[in-house]
Design a protein. Structure first.
Length: 572
């Protein structure tokens, strides 16, 4: 029975989260944070999602934030927060607003520790170390030693998360979460509106306009910040006003619905469809908006730097000219108005026809298996899976999650996904993210998560399958089972993929053998296994069956299958 109690600091934070449409909080319990977890247990309107471990909780919260707009994860001090650090660092890099909630030893413990030199459990001896560490991977971090001023400090943290679309950290002394606190206003918090310096904005847009209007093949390069900061309508207006074609980064894939006639395909360097590479390389003016430029795009920076207009939340650069005090939103809107006033625009440029199945898959599949059509390769898997989704009209009903893997790069070749339906660790590049992200992606979006994991990545966080079972989340987890860390071997020695006994994988890239169907049974999940293309097609049909349980699907592929997308990346 729900206990009757006064309104507390924990209730204040939970009320604010609920106002911001956070209806699930991912949790690992702990004694220091017990006052918060007990408040969460009985809080109306927010469900506790108790996960298997900290990475499971934090990957899920990251994916939830990407689909819902904000997320929260509750962790124990020290041993738990440190375990979650990798996931929160990824959220920080990839612009995902996760509220990290914790608690530290209280005022009494600090007095005893100081007087008697007692080392409290989960502590390094520095009781502030959690905050000091999280200050490096959040935009704001705070430890509350008292309930006095708690509402203002909590609001400030949440506004920072919304404004910057990055994680924040909030901890309390153990007792403070349970201390009395005034209730918040009914008005939900909003991100801070940052305006551009007018002269700097005018100069930046004028310089950009000069560069665009003198070009013959301008191209928009759209990134994930447009999605995170709700600037997709502005992007659509700019495309309409300018007539320009657009591509996206791997991380920004599905920044818009991919069915529009201006989308040329995702640009993921040499993993891209060759026609996309040609269009990018032929562009003499790349309007890069909201992109996170990683070392996946070194060729672009090295060869197109002076032709790039780079506008993000972090910088505004037009060629070699830089401008401070210019926001991404203001720049896009001002440039769109410039296009609307200009004669000769929009440009009458139509994107190339989107590839039809079996393209782009067959031309990118490993040629070793051309004469064995029943062998499943990376590209054959995506050929059949995406064809099935299109035929069954399911492309609008799923959200796909990827950690860094061969599958993530191959999947950038997919056309036709709906907006915000491709969630990946393309910048932080974390193996295993995809499986932990499934629960958060599905709960946050309301769509079924289709996760494609390497077997190495799945092994890192297989317990996430148990979380999906516990909460009746019917995600589909495909495990690309080749027994090796293939993506790592690509970057170590691609000769290992050649046939013959003289070409072997390095020992550190060989994985143990798992019985995935037995594992699924142990966790209580559904399972299938496919060794041939015919079996894959049957499995896909079976996935249409209604179920309230997750399904683990082992896709058996040859150890030495080398997708040509990966071969091109490795050779580069």
């Amino acid at each position: 029975m729900k206990p009757t109690k006064e309104f507390t600091v924990a209730d204040y934070l939970l009320t604010r989260l609920k106002q911001l449409n956070v209806t699930e909080v991912f949790q690992i319990p702990g004694d220091y944070v017990k006052h918060f977890t007990q408040a969460l247990e009985y809080f109306d309107g927010i469900e506790t999602i108790g996960t298997s471990n900290e990475l499971d909780a934090s990957y899920a919260a990251d994916a939830y934030a990407r689909t819902r707009g904000l997320a929260a994860v509750s962790l124990q001090y020290g041993v738990s927060t440190f375990s979650a650090l990798n996931a929160i660092a990824g959220a920080y890099v990839e612009r995902s607003p996760v509220v990290v909630i914790s608690a530290t030893p209280g005022a009494d413990a600090r007095q005893i520790g100081s007087m008697y030199n007692v080392l409290y459990h989960h502590s390094t001896g520095n009781l502030n170390v959690d905050q000091e560490v999280y200050e490096r991977v959040t935009v704001a971090a705070e430890t509350l030693s008292t309930s006095a001023g708690a509402p203002e400090k909590i609001d400030k943290l949440l506004i920072a998360a919304l404004t910057h679309q990055r994680p924040v950290y909030i901890a309390c002394y153990k007792e403070v979460w349970g201390e009395p606190c005034p209730k918040p206003s009914s008005k939900k918090l909003e991100p801070e509106i940052i305006k551009s310096e007018p002269a700097a904005l005018e100069n930046a847009v004028s310089q950009a306009w000069s560069q665009i209007s003198q070009s013959k093949n301008p191209l928009i390069f759209a990134g994930v910040e447009l999605l995170r900061h709700k600037l997709t309508k502005q992007l659509e207006e700019l495309i309409k006003a300018s007539g320009m074609l657009y591509t996206t980064t791997s991380l920004g894939k599905t920044v818009l619905d991919e069915k529009g006639d201006k989308f040329i395909g995702t640009y993921s360097d040499q993993a891209s469809i060759p026609e996309v590479i040609k269009l990018v390389e032929a562009s003499d003016c790349i309007l890069s908006l909201g992109t996170i430029i990683t070392d996946d795009y070194l060729w672009l920076v090295e060869n197109k730097f002076s032709d790039m207009i780079q506008v993000t939340t972090q910088e505004t650069r037009v060629g070699y000219f830089t401008y401070s005090g210019v926001t991404l939103k203001d720049f896009i809107e001002a440039l769109t108005e410039r296009f609307k006033r200009a004669s000769g625009y929009p440009l009458k440029v139509i994107a190339p026809a989107q590839p039809r199945f079996p393209e782009p898959w067959r031309s990118n599949s490993d040629p070793k298996y051309d004469l064995t059509p029943e062998v499943i390769t990376f590209n054959r898997f995506f050929e059949h899976a995406t064809s099935f989704l299109k035929k069954e009209k399911m492309l609008d009903d799923i959200v796909m999650t990827f950690g860094v893997s061969s599958s993530m790069y191959v999947a950038t070749n997919i056309y036709g996904l709906s907006q915000n339906a491709y969630i990946s660790s393309a910048a932080w590049q974390c193996i295993g993210f995809e499986t932990g992200a499934a629960s958060g992606a599905q709960l946050g979006s309301g769509k079924q998560a289709w996760t494609v994991a390497g077997d190495g990545g799945f092994m890192m966080i297989a317990q996430s399958l148990s979380t999906l079972v516990k909460y009746n989340i019917n995600s589909v987890i495909f495990v690309m089972s080749n027994g090796v860390y293939a993506i790592e071997q690509v970057y170590v020695d691609m000769d290992s993929f050649k046939a013959g006994p003289d070409h072997k994988f390095d020992a550190f890239d060989i994985l143990p053998k798992w019985d995935y169907q037995a594992l699924a049974k142990a966790f209580g999940a559904n399972s299938y296994r496919a060794e041939t293309v015919s079996e894959l097609d049957q499995v896909l049909l079976n996935l249409k069956k209604k179920t309230n349980l997750p399904t683990l699907v082992e896709i058996v592929i040859p150890q030495k299958d080398l997708a040509q997308q990966m071969a091109r990346l490795g050779n580069e």
